[in-house]
Design a protein around this ligand. Structure first.
Ligand SMILES: Cc1cc2nc3c(=O)[nH]c(=O)nc-3n(C[C@H](O)[C@H](O)[C@H](O)COP(=O)(O)OP(=O)(O)OC[C@H]3O[C@@H](n4cnc5c(N)ncnc54)[C@H](O)[C@@H]3O)c2cc1C
Length: 331
């Protein structure tokens, strides 16, 4: 990174800026090298300033929330990492409609909704990401996704255009949306600023009981005591039909406990890879590649990753695509 760019962003109204920020501090796997520029804007104006700076300097840009679905490269990132920070967390209610900003922590959102007596997002209890990340990933659980409740999403393109998308324009499908496209024209890449949800009024205590039930179930099932990134592989319907959910497939292939360096297939839930301490991105990618190969040898299908890999030069792709194994699925 040449120093004029550093000097420029230092004096820009961009929010909190750091140089050489360790990305492992910003993801739940605790993996990743330093980012040249790491910026946490606290308002839309600051985001637009950063986007203009990135465009003028021609730097790679990646937008992150809580990094709970990301694997950062060991080399870090040779551009700008933009994190929607805690200050970007407004929440407002109007009857059964809610607006929330992209930086809001999902557990906080779920609690706010329970306090307001609004039902419909209990399934997101225990998802440790930001609301923007949840919308981008169309995340959820128990066969639900946040997209079901979305009314509209306000976003800004990497080129600086502000736009509101109605739900039918968001291209929501299983763990996918318009907002997670990692490459291409800056005018087609979007940052989720805020979104509106339509919920259903319900008894506060019923909602709280359901949230607590889901949290207890997750605690019993998932290896939450070691750094991880949630489910590594997606639940593809065609593969499900063939052999069941990805955790079962990996377990039935006998891979629980398989280890590369500090990365291990969890003994508790085989769709989780845990960091035993000191795991690198290369360890995780090698392990992902090995799992995919052995699963393919057994069932003839390739598992695809839900987890996204952030390359040092700006690639943002499902981790399976850089695991050294084929990316095409066979049926
Ligand atoms: C213990 C654990 C359990 C989990 N359980 C679940 C689960 O049950 N269901 C589920 O769906 N997921 C689950 N996850 C994965 C993860 O929490 C979700 O995908 C979450 O929605 C990601 O949010 P994030 O803020 O961490 O996004 P990040 O990981 O920071 O980013 C993920 C993707 O979203 C993009 N993105 C982030 N913020 C924005 C924004 N504001 N605008 C545009 N794009 C953005 C990023 O560029 C990236 O492509 C789990 C993870 C962990 C660690």
């Amino acid at each position: 990174m040449h120093s004029p760019a550093r000097k420029r962003i230092r004096v820009l109204d961009a929010g909190a800026v750091t140089f050489g920020e360790p990305l492992k501090e910003h993801c739940s796997w605790r993996i990743g090298g330093p980012a040249d520029i790491f910026v946490q804007p606290s308002g839309e104006g600051q985001i637009v300033n950063v986007l203009r700076f990135v465009g003028e300097e021609g730097l790679p840009l990646v937008v992150i929330g809580r990094g709970t679905n990301l694997l950062f490269a060991d080399e870090g990132f040779r551009g700008v990492v933009l994190k929607l920070g805690k200050r970007f967390s407004d929440f407002s209610v109007d009857g059964a409609s809610v607006r929330a900003q992209g930086g809001l922590w999902v557990p906080r959102l779920v609690k706010n909704l329970a306090d307001e007596g609004l039902s419909g997002l209990e399934h997101a209890a225990g998802i440790p990401g930001s609301f923007g990340g949840l919308v981008a990933m169309n995340g959820g659980s128990l066969r639900h996704s946040v997209g079901e409740r979305i009314v509209d999403v306000r976003a800004v393109s990497f080129a600086g255009e502000l736009r509101t998308f109605r739900r039918d324009e968001c291209a929501f499908s299983y763990r996918r949306s318009l907002f997670q496209l990692g490459a291409g024209d800056p005018g087609n890449r979007w940052i989720v600023l805020e979104a509106a949800l339509e919920l259903v009024p319900a008894d506060r205590n019923d909602i709280r009981r359901e949230v607590l039930r889901i949290l207890a179930e997750r605690r019993g099932k998932f290896p939450l005591d070691l750094p991880n990134c949630g489910s590594v592989f997606t639940n593809d319907p065609a593969v499900y039909e063939l052999a069941g959910p990805p955790g079962k497939i990996v377990e039935d292939t006998g891979l629980k406990g398989l280890r590369v360096g500090g990365a291990e297939v969890s003994h508790r839930h085989a769709n989780f890879i845990v960091n035993l301490g000191g795991a690198t991105a290369s360890d995780v990618l090698a392990l992902v590649g090995e799992i995919r190969k052995r699963v393919h040898d057994r069932i003839g299908a390739w598992l695809e990753c839900e987890v996204r890999y952030v390359g040092a030069e700006g690639t943002l792709v499902p981790a399976s695509e850089v695991s050294g194994t084929p990316i095409r699925r066979e049926k």
